[in-house]
Design a protein around this ligand. Structure first.
Ligand SMILES: [Zn+2]
Ligand SMILES: [Zn+2]
Length: 231
């Protein structure tokens, strides 16, 4: 299916325009891909934007269950943002390969802790996953597994939906407001001590923090976030 009939259908319904130069034909043209550069490449605390490290700073530490968050890029970068939007809201699977290549390009700069870590993801509600056909956070977790050689586990279930983050005109939840929307997957074989939890975008952090809280309530010691874009 993938790349065959479904691709023809997507191409017929949505003519593609490059997220960089707007030329019609492909979502990210070769030239724009070649010249792609990320912005704001310094590391910082994702909660208060204090520069220096992607570890949660001492000031924010008491308000969150996340020990740090590493991000491939900045959500203000229109190319990165539009690739993610086309991927998850318009279901354009061609965005996936470009996002993965951007991640691979940044791999020496973005250094989440992986030694003695396992990877998992912030799951979509099953209804939304069925609607979308895939869970973008799970895809990111599978890249982490491939590229860092750490096992990806399905540890969480989302048992209620919350408003989508990252789009325009959408309510953004504050830290703590989404606590209780996740539970541990009853099929999880074991709960590791250190988890790298993946998602596509980090905005207020409310969703990822609620997931981190659920993991820590179940005995996890370190929960570190990993996203494609933050801000
Ligand atoms: Zn282009
Ligand atoms: Zn901070």
């Amino acid at each position: 299916m993938e790349g065959g009939f479904s691709k023809l259908v997507v191409d017929a319904i949505f003519p593609r325009f490059c997220v960089g130069c707007k030329t019609e034909g492909i979502l990210f043209c070769e030239r724009c891909e070649y010249f792609y550069q990320d912005i704001n490449v310094k590391t910082f605390c994702v909660f208060c934007f204090r520069f220096g490290s992607d570890k949660t700073c001492v000031h924010c530490n008491e308000h969150t269950f996340l020990d740090g968050v590493s991000s491939v890029g900045d959500y203000k970068n229109s190319i990165l943002r539009n690739l993610i939007i086309n991927w998850k809201y318009y279901g354009d699977k061609s965005a996936e390969q470009f996002l993965k290549k951007i991640f691979i390009k940044s791999i020496n700069r973005v250094c989440p802790p992986v030694l003695s870590f396992y990877s998992t993801h912030v799951p979509l509600h099953y209804g939304r996953k069925r609607e979308r056909g895939f869970d973008q956070a799970q895809v990111v977790s599978s890249w982490i597994e491939q590229l860092y050689g750490i096992p990806a586990l399905d540890l969480l279930v989302r048992h209620s939906t919350n408003k989508q983050q990252g789009g325009s005109g959408i309510k953004r939840s504050r830290l703590g407001e989404l606590d209780g929307i996740f539970r541990i997957d009853e099929n999880a074989e074991f709960i590791p001590e250190n988890i790298l939890i993946c998602d596509d975008v980090f905005t207020t952090g409310a969703t990822m923090d609620a997931a981190a809280r659920c993991l820590k309530d179940s005995g996890v010691k370190t929960v570190w976030g990993f996203v494609l874009a933050s801000g």
